[in-house]
Design a protein around this ligand. Structure first.
Ligand SMILES: [Zn+2]
Ligand SMILES: [Zn+2]
Length: 345
């Protein structure tokens, strides 16, 4: 193993605890950049991928896809980035560039998306990654690294959905779940054309939800949801795990929309879905253009995720905190490796 070995934290097999692993830096393609990582956020998707929930994980698997770092090397055809540039990288690390979705600028829907993750070959819980330079985003000057990291997945995920369904008429939006995604969704939505209610199972989050700009807060109890029948135009559902969508969907107006941005397991009752003409839709990260727009929007409106910083060597502890729903609201790992650009963060 050479001195330039990458140090990452990998799961050797499905569901395993991450272990420190040294590996040769992957070869750089002509459009790729190599990025020395200073920060990487922890997303629930990392946990699901360690468990191969999506059926796309290759082991050993280095998770991590909310990356901030500095370009150290670029491929021969890269013109937009150079060594020393500070960039953010989200889940998508490349795209085919040829399918109908790539051609119309919706690269996040690329038909080859299953293998377009920055996880391949190895992700961001490491000292460096390679990525197609077109999926490494120059960060706004002065944006804190931990803010940028969280925006690269949690931020784009909620921003993209909120932007898609925003209209010139003011709408009633409920953000379901007040965690990493939810607390960002509130901040973005209140600066768009929405009245925002947070629906959460944790009554103690009321004050914070209102402080982030929510107009109202509701505990997700069946009787309370029932009292709010037909209250909302849209529900943005940010939660994972088992979910009974029926009481939530009854808070939607006729023609309302139930937007999933997490990956919950749910079973449907079609009676109200059909008779209320409710739509259920997914929303997945966002295109490159929307990513750039989101970064500018976040900078202009001072969107500020609440972040706990932890050293990358404590990655397993961090994953456990996320699994136990104890992170308030997002954990960002800081690299324990050498600082590549002293004095910058
Ligand atoms: Zn993510
Ligand atoms: Zn494509």
């Amino acid at each position: 193993m050479s001195n330039s070995a990458v140090i990452g934290y990998s799961a050797r097999a499905m569901g395993e605890t991450l272990e420190r692993m040294a590996y040769e830096p992957p070869a750089l393609g002509e459009l790729d950049v190599r990025v020395a990582i200073t920060h990487c956020g922890v997303c629930y998707t990392d946990i699901q991928a360690i468990d191969d929930y999506y059926d796309i994980t290759n082991y050993p698997f280095v998770p991590g896809h909310e990356i901030v770092g500095f370009v150290t090397e670029s491929g021969s055809s890269v013109t937009a980035l150079k060594a020393g540039d500070r960039v953010g990288i989200g889940w998508q690390g490349r795209s085919c560039g040829k399918c109908e979705w790539c051609l119309k600028g919706e690269e996040h829907l690329c038909i080859k998306i299953a293998h377009a993750g920055v996880w391949e070959p190895y992700g961001g819980f490491s000292s460096s990654v390679i990525v197609d330079s077109r999926f490494a985003y120059l960060l706004p000057e002065g944006m804190p690294a931990e803010t940028a990291a969280v925006l690269m997945c949690a931020g784009i995920t909620v921003y993209s959905a909120l932007r898609r369904y925003s209209t010139s008429t003011r709408q009633n939006l409920a953000v379901v779940g007040m965690g990493g995604l939810g607390h960002l969704a509130v901040q973005f939505a209140r600066r768009m054309n929405y009245d925002v209610t947070v629906i959460s199972g944790s009554p103690e989050k009321r004050a914070e939800a209102l402080a982030y700009g929510a107009n109202d807060f509701m505990v997700s109890q069946p009787d309370i949801l029932e009292e709010n029948e037909f209250a909302f135009d849209l529900l943005l559902c940010t939660i994972h795990g088992d979910l009974d969508p029926v009481p939530l969907m009854d808070t939607l107006k006729k023609n309302g929309r139930f937007i999933l941005v997490g990956f919950p397991d749910l079973s449907l009752n079609t009676r109200d879905l059909v008779s209320h003409q409710v739509s259920i839709t997914g929303s997945f990260i966002g295109s490159r253009a929307v990513m750039r727009e989101m970064l500018d929007f976040a900078q202009a409106h001072e969107i500020t995720p609440k972040v706990e910083l932890m050293p990358m060597s404590k990655v397993n502890e961090a994953l456990q905190r996320v699994k136990d729903n104890k992170a308030r609201y997002r954990i960002v790992l800081t690299s324990d490796q050498i600082q590549f650009f002293p004095g910058r963060s």
